[in-house]
Ligand binder design. Structure first.
Ligand code: AMP
Length: 118
């Protein structure tokens, strides 16, 4: 069940501010409030999807294409295609997903190391 009160839904409704990087009809990209790398940007779809699983399994094809195209345009805007970036999306309790609106983390700006799990 999607929680309309989650913080990213509130950002999409303009109820609270964000440091916007890029926006399309399908997606919004903004800086993470607690950056874990020199570049740490979140990309969220404009539709109400709880997580990557929900989005990938249920969103219409144009929303999925529009979202991932916006991710690519965001990494280009950030100038991180070279030397590289990491995409992460947490789903559920074991992954410690803290905001129940699908989001992809773009992490970049330094060598990110070999360990995906701390
Ligand atoms: P996750 O743990 O994968 O659900 O990631 C949620 C991310 O949202 C965390 O990295 C938080 O720092 C970030 N976050 C939470 N509230 C805000 C906010 N108001 N603006 C920007 N980023 C936020």
């Amino acid at each position: 069940m999607y929680d309309q009160a989650n913080i990213f839904a509130r950002i999409l409704r303009g109820e609270i501010p964000c440091k916007r990087v890029y926006e399309t009809d399908h997606a919004l990209a903004f800086h993470d409030i607690q950056p874990q790398a020199p570049v740490h940007v979140l990309v969220i779809p404009k539709g109400a999807y709880v997580s990557a699983q929900d989005f990938s399994a249920t969103a219409p094809a144009d929303a999925i294409a529009g979202f991932w195209r916006a991710v690519a345009e965001t990494t280009a805007l950030l100038g991180v295609i070279e030397p590289g970036f990491r995409l992460i999306s947490n789903h559920g309790r074991d992954a410690l997903q803290s905001v129940p609106h699908f989001h992809v983390h773009i992490l970049a700006g330094k060598s990110l190391g070999v360990h995906l799990v701390p």
